[in-house]
Design a protein around this ligand. Structure first.
Ligand SMILES: C[S@@+](CC[C@H](N)C(=O)[O-])C[C@H]1O[C@@H](n2cnc3c(N)ncnc32)[C@H](O)[C@@H]1O
Length: 218
């Protein structure tokens, strides 16, 4: 009984620490945005999230990935989602995993070589000014990455530039993320950048929004 009470309070204490840390980080990041250190992306990309909360196969299916597509993923983290996307676009499609952090890119490059995945191209790129050509890709996917970047509307305008006319940008967010934006915030950013909603999925904990190029630009 005593042990049970102790464990119960331990769990409550742990959850409270996480909760208040998230609030504190959120306040700090409101005033100063910076790419999160690579080691924290390993914390985010954990088995609980991948198995229950935000399954890579679900994110891929909800982004309507098809064989042959050219996909850009912004901020791939450890690459669990990247690898799933790469499977969906085989045999002749490619996933370009881009990040501003050299550490993130080096770690992912190492994983891809070790796991011998043929259709992932990993490169350093800044989402504020991509190195991709105009109308050159079918999908741009960002999971818990767009709100971390200081000027999300500028990034969405860049995404608009590189997307093919029938392309989609797919944004997925998770509530515990200190940068988590509400759905209506992300919809407003997308509208400002010239997109309209294509489809949406999810609940209060996790959501995914797909946008297509708007017929009438703002
Ligand atoms: C929270 S992590 C992404 C985690 C990963 N998508 C996941 O869900 O596990 C956000 C990533 O965005 C990257 N990032 C931040 N600013 C960027 C920019 N301007 N261009 C490209 N990537 C950027 C960071 O380096 C970081 O690796």
């Amino acid at each position: 009984m005593v042990l049970f009470l102790f464990l119960q309070w331990l769990l409550i204490g742990f959850l409270l620490i996480i909760f208040f840390s998230c609030i504190l980080i959120r306040i700090v990041r409101r005033y100063r945005k910076f790419p999160i250190p690579a080691m924290f992306t390993s914390l985010i990309d954990n088995p609980l999230r991948r198995l229950i909360v935000q399954k890579p196969s679900t994110v891929a299916a909800q982004a309507y990935l098809k064989p042959g597509m050219a996909v850009v993923e912004i901020g791939p983290g450890k690459g669990s989602y990247t690898i799933e996307f790469a499977k969906h676009v085989l045999p002749d499609g490619k996933v370009f995993a881009v990040d501003i952090s050299e550490k993130v890119i080096e770690r992912l490059r190492h994983r891809i070589i070790q796991e011998e995945i043929p259709n992932i191209v990993v490169k350093i790129d800044n989402a504020h000014a991509f190195s991709f050509g105009d109308e050159s890709v079918d999908r741009v996917i960002a999971i818990a990455s767009l709100p971390e970047i200081p000027d999300p509307v500028k990034v969405l305008r860049e995404i608009w530039r590189i997307l093919k006319p029938d392309g989609l940008v797919s944004l997925s967010e998770l509530a515990p993320d200190p940068d988590y934006p509400r759905r209506k915030t992300e919809k407003r950013w997308a509208k400002e950048a010239g997109f309209e909603l294509h489809s949406e999925f999810g609940n209060w904990l996790v959501y995914q929004l797909n946008f297509k190029k708007a017929k009438n630009l703002p």
